[in-house]
Each structure stands twice: as structure tokens, then as C-alpha cells.
Design a protein around this ligand. Structure first.
Ligand code: SF4
Length: 201
């Protein structure tokens, strides 16, 4: 009887065969992968202090364990005691370590003037002052104190509005609750109504 193979089962069988062959070759060479992996993990975190934390990326809120040695993060992995993820992390969460420890991470403020082709390194205070100046300018130029329109019966009405439609703000999930709280208070104080957070999108 002919055996039907779909694309999905073919790929699955090929993957299993490849994995089996690789593992088989290593086992035939006397290499016990399970023991080696366990040993590598143990060496990486030996002597490190584990701190429970939360993955910073999305609203699922998976629990993590952050291993710290001599004030440096040496490993981040899923927390088996978290009822949310019981030790597992998605690929993004599993890469959280690289959010902190990454030679490609940019740690200076880079500014490129309109029309320029090169980035300039800016002092942080200078950058903050420039952002504050531009936010104030945009807000003052577009601030609407009174909204004028018509009501359901077609009568002209004026309502107190006090907002700017020119600024949108997007909070990040890597910010703490306290930061987000203060951030939205500042935005509401400025009259910004378009307030969103990446974790909710
Ligand atoms: S590990 Fe993945 S699913 Fe869990 S909180 Fe982080 S990004 Fe979300």
C-alpha cells in the first residue's frame, strides 16, 4: 500500500531524520549531549545570584531568572516557578540577555541633522533640551483650547478641549509601571491625548 506524504509530514520526517543522524553520530563518538548541556549551564551560573524578574517585551509577562555575578548579568532564563510560563520563554524573551549585554548596543545619543549624511554624537543633556524645545514648540503651535462644532440639533457649540492633536506618544514595555505612570501624567498635562503603549499593541 502506498504511503501518502504531505509537505508537512515530509518536512517533519526530514527534520527528525537529520536530528537523529546528528545525535546518533555524536552518541556513536561517545558524546553525551544532555550531560554536556547541563554542565555548560551549571558552569555559566555557578556562584551567580538569581533574581526573579519579568520579561520586558510583551503583555504575557513571563517570569525570568536573572543571574548576576560581581554586579554583571551573566545569564537570563525562564523562571520555572512562574505560573505564567513555568520556565519557558519565546525566542524573543529567550534573547533578553542580549538586550543588556550586547556589543552592538548603542549607548550614545546619535543625531543626524536634516540633509546630513553622518551621525553626530550628542551629549545627553543637549539632546534632552532639544527634545523638550521641539515638544513645547509643537504643543504651543497646535494647542486647541476651544472646540467649535455643531450639536445633534445642528446648533453651533463651543466646548473646552485643551489638547494638542500634533503629538503621539508610545510607551515601551521595557519601562517600569512607575515610569509609564509618570510618562502618561506628563503627556496628559501637556494636552496629549494619543497615548499608547507597545505592550498593549
Ligand atoms: S517570553 Fe515572549 S511571550 Fe513571554 S513575555 Fe517575553 S515576549 Fe512575551
Amino acid at each position: 500500500m502506498a504511503v501518502k506524504s504531505t509537505r508537512r509530514t515530509f518536512l517533519k520526517q526530514s527534520g527528525l531524520l537529520a536530528a537523529g543522524t546528528a545525535a546518533g553520530s555524536l552518541t556513536s563518538l561517545g558524546v553525551d549531549l544532555g550531560t554536556k548541556r547541563a554542565l555548560a549551564t551549571e558552569l555559566r551560573i555557578r556562584g551567580a545570584q538569581a533574581y526573579p524578574s519579568i520579561c520586558p517585551y510583551c503583555a504575557v509577562g513571563c517570569g525570568t531568572l536573572v543571574h548576576v555575578e560581581d554586579g554583571q548579568i551573566v545569564n537570563i532564563e525562564g523562571n520555572p516557578e512562574s505560573p505564567v510560563n513555568v520556565g519557558t520563554l519565546c525566542p524573543k524573551g529567550a534573547a533578553t540577555f542580549q538586550l543588556h549585554v550586547n556589543p552592538n548596543r548603542i549607548t550614545n545619543v546619535l543625531h543626524r541633522s536634516p540633509g546630513a549624511t553622518e551621525w553626530e554624537v550628542w551629549d545627553l543633556d543637549e539632546a534632552m533640551d532639544r527634545i523638550a524645545e521641539l515638544v513645547k514648540e509643537a504643543r504651543d503651535e497646535t494647542f486647541i483650547e476651544q472646540w467649535e462644532g455643531v450639536d445633534d440639533e445642528g446648533n453651533e457649540v463651543t466646548k473646552l478641549a485643551n489638547f494638542t492633536p500634533a503629538i503621539f506618544t508610545l510607551g515601551g514595555a521595557t519601562m517600569a509601571n512607575e515610569w509609564n505612570h509618570i510618562h502618561q501624567k506628563l503627556m496628559r498635562g501637556l494636552g496629549v491625548v494619543a497615548i499608547e503603549n507597545q505592550a498593549r499593541i
